[in-house]
Ligand binder design. Structure first.
Ligand code: AMP
Ligand code: ZN
Length: 491
């Protein structure tokens, strides 16, 4: 496999540290609110990478963290803890908030067919590991103490800006230029960051722990260094996240891990570009976001969003619109109908379809820096072959089996085609409808179609037979527009 590496800024051949095995760490959500579909794009692309590695025969250990403490509202280590702030606003405890949004996140990734991580680890379960890591950094002289916590002196780490491709001064200047808040004047460098923050003197925090430096809580970046090295070792293969993590979060992870161990932390850095709305990054602070729930309320199938993500390259921006999503939902529906129709075609001997070139091109595309767009074109070629069989209205058993086999392989990477069973009562309604049609009782047949739809399915007549597929709304909820509560047009 060839993969773009943010660290070297080149596409490189992927070589794992341990033959046949890949250790992969993905920065997970901060669980103070619902994830938006921009966040979810990143997790879908990471899932595509993991599934491709598995397709190639690797065993993948995939670790994802849950940030349930320490992520402040400002990147300059000031402001409030996002979880505690949300807890106050919603009149719940910080623990309840993080549990609730972790559960919602797990539901979202399930709906998007994102495979569960091998290990899902919470920051609050790993405070001790973080304290030990900060102590190691302290012993090596990387830390200093100021009024509100223990900080990392980034000027002491050689090549601090290497991931962002900037010198130390350039990175400091760019952070200053992009900052929305004043920097703490006690900090030695703008890029310095908190490893351990002290609890405020005037207010009791809900989440706080004793430490060698005083009662407090970890800075946001230390959790990912501590947990990735705990589960994958001090040197591992792939580290993933969105592009916004390059100049701060991941740069700081490298400084922490390599500062403490004195050796290389990660071989390949994988970063996913932004999902945009009207040309701007989808984000909570711009209030221009949709959650997966919003899309579902509007009558979309979550997997249509997954298909949209697959159709673009992970290093390209996606401009999200509901119109585009409708188009993907229609495509998904057409694929579903074609495959189901193939299954009812009369069997007849015929010459063998040549699928080998398609499979080869598919494999080449996914291994070419995850070119899922080109890989998807190969799936469409298979659907084209199916449609030509439908046109002839026959297929051989061998061709049908081979097509299923290939689609199954492709879908092991795409994860976009869903197996679903059709309930007995719907099958029964369909049989009754077929006999109503035989009797030319169109009123009864229409009524039965309506009932089938009510149960969540559509029936499609194909010559003298029919297929049943999951009903999709294409973003139409009985013509009613739903107020989703955010403003997607303005700031
Ligand atoms: P957060 O919960 O804010 O830490 O974000 C979770 C993940 O989503 C991180 O890897 C971010 O880099 C990524 N992310 C945030 N906003 C976007 C966006 N608009 N498009 C794609 N990924 C994003
Ligand atoms: Zn992280």
């Amino acid at each position: 496999m060839r993969l773009y590496n943010t660290l070297t800024k080149r596409i490189e051949r992927f070589v794992p540290i341990k033959k046949g095995h890949v250790g992969m760490y993905c920065c997970g959500p901060t669980v103070y609110d619902f994830a938006h579909i921009g966040n979810l794009r990143t997790y879908i692309c990471e899932d595509l990478l993991k599934r491709t590695l598995k397709y190639d025969g690797y065993e993948v250990t995939h670790v994802m963290n849950i940030t349930d403490v320490g992520h402040l509202t400002s990147d300059a280590d000031t402001g409030l803890d996002k979880i505690e702030k949300s807890a106050e606003e919603q009149k719940k405890s910080a623990w309840e908030i993080s549990k609730m949004y972790t559960d919602f996140f797990l539901q979202d990734i399930k709906k998007l067919n994102i495979e569960s991580p091998t290990i899902l680890c919470k920051a609050t379960d790993n405070i001790n590991e973080m304290i030990i890591l900060v102590k190691r950094l302290e012993e090596k002289g990387f830390t200093y103490r100021i009024d509100d916590g223990i900080y990392y002196d980034t000027s002491k780490f050689k090549d601090y800006g290497k991931l962002a491709g900037m010198s130390f001064d350039e990175l400091n200047k760019s952070l200053k230029a992009g900052a929305r808040v004043e920097f703490n004047p006690q900090k030695r460098n703008i890029t310095d960051f908190a490893l351990w923050k002290f609890s405020p003197k005037d207010k009791k925090r809900q989440m706080e722990w004793p430490s060698p430096w005083g009662v407090g809580f970890p800075g946001w970046h230390i959790e990912c260094s501590a947990m990735s090295m705990k589960y994958l070792g001090e040197h591992f293969d792939i580290h993933c996240g969105g592009v916004d993590h390059i100049p701060i979060h991941h740069t700081n992870e490298i400084a922490q891990s390599e500062g403490a161990t004195g050796k290389k932390f990660v071989n390949y850095w994988f970063h996913v570009e932004f999902l945009l709305v009207n040309g701007r990054k989808m984000s909570k602070s711009l209030k221009n976001f949709y959650t997966l729930r919003d899309l579902e309320k509007m009558g979309f199938d979550p997997l249509s969003f997954r298909l949209m993500v697959i159709d673009s390259h992970y290093r390209d921006k996606i401009d999200f619109t509901l119109e585009k999503l409708k188009k993907y939902e229609k495509t998904l529906n057409d694929i579903d109908i074609s495959i189901k129709t193939m299954d009812i075609l009369p069997l007849k001997e015929e010459k063998r379809d040549d699928l080998r070139a398609i499979e080869k091109s598919f494999k080449k595309a996914i291994n070419d820096d995850l070119d899922t767009h080109s890989a998807l074109i190969e799936l469409f070629k298979v659907i084209g072959i199916i449609n030509s069989h439908i046109k002839k209205y026959s297929i051989s058993k061998e061709n049908r089996d081979k097509i299923h086999e290939l689609i199954k392989k492709m879908n092991s990477v795409f994860g976009v085609l869903q197996d679903y069973s059709i309930p007995e009562e719907v099958l029964d309604l369909a049989k009754r409808r077929a006999s109503a049609r035989e009797r030319k009782d169109w009123k009864e047949s229409d009524e039965l179609r309506r009932k089938i739809k009510e149960s969540g399915f559509d029936i499609i007549d194909v010559k003298d037979a029919y297929v049943i597929v999951k009903h999709r709304n294409f973003g139409e909820t009985n013509g009613k527009s739903i107020d989703i509560g955010h403003n997607t047009d303005k700031e």
